[in-house]
Design a protein around this ligand. Structure first.
Ligand code: PLP
Length: 419
């Protein structure tokens, strides 16, 4: 059943079908495990090549955007590969292929592109990356490959943008991961890694066992795992088929547009996501000088919404945003209700001008052996404690807002007489 899923997903990603080119792959716990395996395959292939050339093979690196999910940082640290990140900049929140290719050197095991950035759902330009890297490989004699992290976008792009070339149609794309438990429409605990062909998965990563009654190759980090997710993935693939997935993804995309347009109409938000990426709406306040996105996020919880507020990765960390991922059960009605509740929250925040921010400033000063230099509104506050500059993380700022908000909520309950 797992092999049938691998087969269908490889086909969906346009794996070549020529002789000796058959794709291989495996079901994993999620995209993180899939990425560890793909990264290990690149590292081992690069090491083997460098050994054969009689060159040093102890300083591998990988080039990614600063917007990569934390699993890439884990891969780099666990498996001792240097992570070279292309920084973001204002207005450009994914990896710039030109800069990525500039950073490639002889020790680069691969460039990892993301199809559906975790932060704003945007697709990176894998085609341009492929073309630039082909040129660089030609000039240098290297053969730096590409991995596509399609954790979120792998079950979106083939249905909504079949013409978009991001997958095995591009010759340098050697492996792709996708999360089954994301838009693959399965409950948590399933991901997939697909290699373009057998020669992209080094033999030494494959173990063979026969104690379960048949010769069985195994190349995942875990050996035993539940089969329910694989069964569920198989069921969804054959039950929905191409048309079924397409209908669901189109519906998600339409609801994302309803939400986006509703937010735009409030006049309070800039939209940071793209219409042609993952059905996800990322947005930031046009003016967050009195109240910021963390406050909006906290107040929305009272209406039953969990809409995370987050800061962008370096070098765009001064931008704070709110992020809503549209799943298949998020209806148009819910999108409209969310806009109404956001408007209520903004209205309430307007009625308590800069109250939480003011409380925070007071508590800073009370604690205070220092001058507050930055504003809490950008999610990162710097204060000089006399002994240097202290940076507070977005998480710390958020938890302070939550505490301040709870206190102010309790105070208001005291005065209006409710128990
Ligand atoms: C782009 C991207 N890659 C990898 C991952 C890790 O995936 P998983 O949670 O399936 O391990 C995520 C998770 O959100 C992601 O957004």
């Amino acid at each position: 059943m797992q092999n049938r899923c691998v087969n269908m997903i490889a086909h969906l990603f346009n794996a070549p079908l020529g002789k000796g080119e058959e794709a291989v792959g495996a079901g994993t716990v999620g995209s993180s495990e899939a990425i560890m395996l793909a990264g290990l395959a690149f590292k081992r292939k690069w090491q083997n090549k460098m050994k054969a050339l009689g060159k040093p093979h102890d300083k591998p690196n990988i080039v990614t955007g600063a917007n990569v999910q934390v699993c890439w940082e884990k891969f780099a640290r666990y498996f001792e590969v240097k992570l070279k990140e292309v920084k973001l900049r204002d207005g450009y929140y994914v990896m710039d292929p030109n800069k990525a290719v500039e950073m490639v050197d002889e020790n680069t095991i691969c460039v990892a592109a993301i199809l559906g950035s975790t932060v704003n759902g945007e697709f990176e330009d894998v085609k341009l990356l492929n073309d630039l890297l082909i040129q660089k490989n030609k000039q240098t004699g290297w053969d730096t490959p590409i991995h596509v992290d399609a954790a979120i976008g792998g079950f979106i792009a083939p249905f909504l943008y079949p013409e978009l070339e991001w997958d095995f149609r591009l010759p340098l794309v050697k492996s792709i991961n996708v999360s089954g438990h994301n838009y693959g429409l399965v409950y948590a605990g399933i991901g997939w890694v697909i290699w373009r062909s057998k020669k992209d998965l080094p033999e030494e990563l494959i173990f063979r066992i026969n104690y379960l009654g048949a010769d069985q190759p195994t190349f995942t980090l875990n050996f035993s795992k539940g089969s329910s997710q694989v069964t569920a993935q198989y069921y969804q693939l054959i039950r929905l088929g191409y048309e079924g997935y397409k209908n669901i993804m189109e519906n998600c995309q339409e609801n994302a547009m309803v939400l986006k347009e509703g937010l735009e109409k409030t006049g309070h938000f800039n939209i940071v996501s793209k219409d042609n990426g993952v059905p996800l709406v990322a947005f930031s306040l046009k003016d967050n000088s009195s109240h910021n996105e963390f406050e909006v996020s906290n107040m929305l919880r009272r209406f039953g919404w969990i809409v995370p507020a987050l800061t962008m990765p370096p070098d765009a960390q001064h931008i704070t945003l709110l992020r809503v991922v549209i799943r298949q059960d998020f209806s148009r009605t819910l999108a409209e209700r969310l806009v109404i509740d956001i408007q209520k929250v903004l209205h309430e925040l307007d009625a308590i001008p800069a109250r939480l921010s003011a409380k925070l400033s007071v508590s800073e000063e009370k604690a205070g052996n220092g001058v507050v230099k930055g504003s809490a509104s950008n999610g990162i506050v710097k204060k000089s404690a006399g002994n240097g500059v202290v940076k507070r993380s977005a998480l710390e700022v958020q938890s302070e807002f939550t505490t301040a908000w709870k206190m102010s909520d309790m105070e208001s309950k005291k005065t209006n007489g409710t128990c």
